[in-house]
Write a protein that binds this ligand. Structure first.
Ligand SMILES: O=C(O)CCC(=O)C(=O)O
Length: 273
């Protein structure tokens, strides 16, 4: 049964088609956000412990990564840093986060964006930007990372829940409105392994960038080809966000060899493929 309260309205549909994104303010209340903050901090502790216990360590373009506890853990870029920047996926590290995948505030708009009743999780990420050390992220689209695995990239909407007030000082996400309309854009050539996956600034207009300033509990919806990036967190405040990317039907997850249907608690849980 669909929960009609959370379905897309006409203006949201128009914004997503025209600009490649829209925001719903304060979808989650303060008490829930507190609970989710505790859950994500618990995920970070668990991921750190798993990495220290002996994950598979490697570097890409000088940045430290570790495969541990079923996640790719990316550390801050400073030499020797043990501070986690990104965990992908992370939903399996805490029951509260796993349950959130089925929340109608995510599932209902995601169904509308995908245009299908039956949807599943494609991937999920925890982005952590700690005060004074959270690094920025260069301009990129998500579609080039995913296209080899799931070519119908325009049907992979990102839903990003901000767990803290996001503003320019703490390095909120920045978006180039309308940049998705050119589809997958050329990447930067000859700049390391990740270079081709960062979007070549010749192909979009960086002067049109918008900082996505939003209150804790708000959700940003943006497409896989919407060019986005961020500046470092130079403030004294944390910035934490969780992202769920959904896909049509019952597909295999991007980084886990299993399927996780969404919106049908009990039937849809991590059934092995
Ligand atoms: O964490 C950020 O500031 C940017 C994250 C991002 O661009 C992404 O998750 O694709």
């Amino acid at each position: 049964m669909r929960d009609r309260r959370f379905r897309l309205n006409d203006e949201e549909r128009r914004s997503y088609a025209k600009d490649g994104f829209f925001v719903r303010e304060r979808v989650f209340g303060a008490a829930e956000i507190d609970e989710l903050r505790d859950a994500v901090e618990c995920c970070a502790v668990r991921a750190s412990a798993a990495a220290e216990a002996g994950g598979e360590e490697y570097e890409i373009d000088g940045n430290r990564y570790c495969e541990a506890s079923g996640s790719t853990i990316q550390f801050e870029h400073w030499p020797g840093s043990g501070t986690i920047r990104v965990i992908e996926p992370f939903h399996h590290l805490h029951e509260r986060i796993d349950r959130l995948i089925d929340d109608p505030r995510f599932v209902e708009p995601a169904r509308d964006l995908i245009g299908e009743e039956r949807i599943s999780l494609f991937t999920d990420k925890l982005n952590l930007k700690r005060p004074g050390e959270g690094s920025g992220f260069r301009w990129h689209q998500d579609s080039p990372y995913w296209a080899h695995f799931f070519p119908d990239v325009e049907r992979l909407p990102n839903l990003m829940l901000s767990l803290d007030d996001a503003n320019e000082a703490n390095g909120c996400l920045r978006i180039i409105p309308g940049s998705h309309r050119g589809g997958m854009l050329p990447g930067l050539e000859g700049r390391g392994v990740l270079g081709p996956l960062f979007t070549d600034p010749k192909y979009f207009d960086a002067s049109r960038q918008l900082p996505v300033v939003m209150a804790a509990g708000s959700v940003l919806f943006f497409g896989a080809s919407t060019v986005h990036g961020s500046e470092p967190n130079e403030s004294t405040e944390r910035l934490r966000a969780l992202l769920f990317t959904y896909q049509p039907g019952s597909g295999r997850m991007f980084k886990i060899d299993a399927k996780r249907e969404a919106g049908s608690w009990g039937e849809g849980r991590a059934a092995s493929s």
